[in-house]
Design a binder for this molecule. Structure first.
Ligand code: S3P
Length: 173
């Protein structure tokens, strides 16, 4: 990566529960940059949990909120670390804004290690509700090729968040 890339935003994408926020916070601390978790920021702005936004306003409204927020943050000059919700990158406008203005890291996790985390995620992730395990796996697999449209892939299955964060910081040097 050339020197100018140091001024770009750094974006973490990947499936829910892959470790984007944990790794992103560590990287932000190491690089002394501001960290924004898009889901938390939407909850703060709209004063509603993501699950309630899905339930009361519908998924399309949520997707518009996340798209507009990400596009706006990408155009800010002060470089930041952003952790995107797992579905955000499926939107073309989000991908375009991120690829043009940011260094995009895909936090990749294998299906086998990810499925162990379902109990921790099920209550707060509306997208997982009322789905069979097969349907969740199908969603997981269907998103992989879009996440792969990133600059770097970090496999989080076989390393802890600290190791992943160090590897990311190294790759930026
Ligand atoms: C979603 C992932 C969630 C959140 C929303 C929808 C998705 O974010 O944005 O529940 O479609 O994969 P995390 O990836 O932070 O869990």
């Amino acid at each position: 990566i050339d020197i100018s890339s140091h001024d770009k935003h750094i974006v973490f994408i990947g499936f829910m529960g892959a470790g984007k926020t944990t790794i992103g916070q560590l990287v932000a601390k190491k690089l002394h940059r501001d960290f924004i978790d898009i889901d938390h920021e939407i909850e703060r702005i709209h004063q509603m949990p993501v699950s309630a936004i899905f339930q009361e306003l519908g998924e399309a409204s949520f997707r518009k909120m996340e798209r507009e927020l990400i596009v706006a943050l990408c155009s800010e000059t002060r470089s930041k670390i952003l952790s995107l919700g797992g579905g955000a990158y499926m939107q073309e406008e989000v991908r375009k804004a991120c690829l043009a203005n940011c260094i995009v890291f895909f936090i990749d996790v294998s299906w086998d290690s990810w499925k162990e985390r379902i109990p921790l995620l099920i209550d707060t992730r509306p997208i997982l509700q009322n789905k069979t395990l097969d349907q969740i796996e199908e969603l997981f697999l269907s998103r992989q090729s879009t996440y792969a449209m990133s600059h770097y892939t970090i496999s989080s299955s076989d390393m802890d968040a600290e190791t992943a964060a160090n590897q990311i910081v190294e790759s930026l040097k």
